[in-house]
Design a protein around this ligand. Structure first.
Ligand code: BG6
Length: 482
């Protein structure tokens, strides 16, 4: 058999996600030689564009000079068509068939990438299934479908969507992206946990006091208000990205690194989490400050919107390893900082015999996902000198120092490459999604009904003060730097 004849079909090719993420990720893979020479990208969307018009739209988003961009764009063509009528789908099917017919000896891979809002997934998937499902019979040929969140608004709507898509494509053809699973440090967290003897005996309720998983952005909705307002921060970031990180922190060691063994363990731990209780939640919404607009001043957001742009939520995992240990997930837009990190804080050392404040000297393991990937362990050491005096120091792995000049790949190219290789490890399985929604659905219904207080916080601040109280209740101690 010849080499794979790969066609990536970008559905929604004229949209924002496609030009910001999908095409640049494909270009990256192409430039690095990860795509076979026999790769083509067909864009599909409703806008009547020519190939040249599509190229002009994509060019400013691509890496490198004109020659590099052109080398990639040469492979990109466009088919215009509706999502609900047969003509467009037939034209797409014809384009695929014509291309594949030119390589009769090759296995054919088709990756259907839905860079579209989920409201059209059922329509689009059924169009693809009806008109674009006929593959050449060459052995090793395949069709895979990549979809992006939001997968529903709660457990019920997510299950409904999953059932509709599931009737068209079986689980092994569906790749649900949570791009946090494609981040270098999320993947490292998994390796770090299960490859290091010294961590294993400490990783439990005996030694861990609390875990914080934090996502902060220093900008507001920036024109995405229309989308954001129907979802809010819990659905946008917490129920998916932060819960996936939590699963890596808390899961048991899987039988093997086979994708289904890993996802089995993630599902198990997620199913041990009780639905969030309202008293374990702090919600906020940013208000105008420092010349920056408040959330409801976004023209695409209703003036009386009560959608949270900040949430701090304490979860408990009811199993032998974690019972009683608070996991605080915190996410907010328009805060003072841009970062994502995981902070595992240990209990205080019993019978602390050194000078200083034992309560303010806690070991902490920090995994920083972004910016500046790093893992560091805060530990207590002797200060140099004649006296026995202690200081908190860091054992650290700073990626920019340990791997100078090594570019860390972005999440999207990594995930697209996984899908091309048929590796589902870093994609969300249907039962994982169900378990994650189950944790948040009662809370989301209470939030939607306006039953929870919404604390205003100024744009660019640390978020509502009430969140610090929630953290303190979870037992988090701020280490004093001394
Ligand atoms: C997306 C959310 O899934 O993740 C955005 O919809 C958020 O609101 C983004 O800004 C954060 O991703 P990253 O990779 O920039 O941390």
């Amino acid at each position: 058999a010849g080499e794979l004849c790969l066609t990536v079909v970008v559905l929604g090719a004229s949209g924002d996600l496609a030009s910001k993420k999908t095409y640049p990720a494909l270009q990256f893979l192409f430039q690095k030689g990860f795509l076979t020479r026999n790769t083509k990208v067909i864009g599909y969307a409703r806008s009547p564009l020519t190939d040249e018009q599509l190229h002009a739209k994509l060019r400013p988003r691509l890496e490198g000079g004109a020659a590099e961009a052109d080398a990639f764009l040469k492979r990109c063509t466009y088919v215009a068509g509706a999502y609900d009528g047969p003509e467009g789908w037939k034209a797409l099917a014809a384009a695929l068939a014509a291309r594949e017919a030119r390589h009769p000896a090759c296995p054919c891979g088709r990756l259907y990438y839905l860079a579209l809002p989920p409201s059209v997934y059922p329509q689009v998937c059924s169009g693809l299934k009806t008109y674009c499902d006929a593959l050449p019979s060459t052995e090793g040929s395949w069709i895979r479908v990549i979809v992006e969140k939001p997968f529903g608004k709660d457990l019920g709507s997510s299950e409904e969507l999953a059932a509709t898509l599931g009737a068209l494509y079986p689980e092994n053809q569906l790749y649900r992206i949570d791009h946090y699973l494609g981040k270098e440090m999320a993947q490292n967290l998994f390796v770090m946990r299960f490859a290091n003897m010294f961590l294993a005996p400490l990783w439990n309720r005996e030694c861990v006091s609390n875990v914080q998983i934090t996502f902060k952005e220093d900008f507001g909705t920036q024109g995405r208000g229309g989308y954001f307002d129907t979802f809010g921060i819990i659905r946008d970031v917490v129920q998916n990205h932060l819960v996936q990180l939590l699963a890596f922190v808390a899961m048991e060691k899987p039988l093997s690194i086979h994708p289904d063994d890993i996802r089995d363990e993630k599902v198990k731990v997620l199913r041990c989490i009780k639905p969030v209780q309202e008293h374990n939640v702090v919600l906020g919404q940013y208000s105008a400050a420092g010349g920056q607009p408040g959330y409801t001043e976004d023209p695409t957001v209703p003036d009386d919107s009560r959608t949270p742009t900040f949430a701090a939520v304490t979860l408990y995992i009811d199993n032998d390893r974690w019972a009683g240990v608070p996991f605080v997930l915190k996410a907010g837009k328009a805060l003072n900082d841009k970062k994502a990190e995981i902070r595992v804080q240990m209990r205080a050392t019993p019978h602390y015999i050194f000078p200083g404040q034992p309560e303010a000297t806690r070991n902490e393991l920090v995994v920083r996902l972004q910016p500046d990937e790093a893992i560091y362990l805060k530990m207590i050491v002797k200060k140099p000198g004649l006296e026995i005096d202690t200081a908190i120091s860091e054992l650290d792995l700073d990626y920019s120092k340990r791997y100078p000049g090594v570019a860390i790949p972005d999440a999207y190219p990594r995930l697209i490459l996984d899908a091309i290789r048929g590796d589902q490890q870093h994609f969300v399985r249907r039962d994982e999604l169900r378990a994650a929604w189950a944790i948040f659905t009662p809370l989301l219904h209470a939030v939607d009904a306006g039953r929870l207080p919404l604390h205003p916080y100024p744009y660019g601040s640390r978020g509502p003060e009430e969140a610090d109280e929630l953290l303190a209740r979870a037992g988090f101690v701020k280490n004093l730097d001394y």
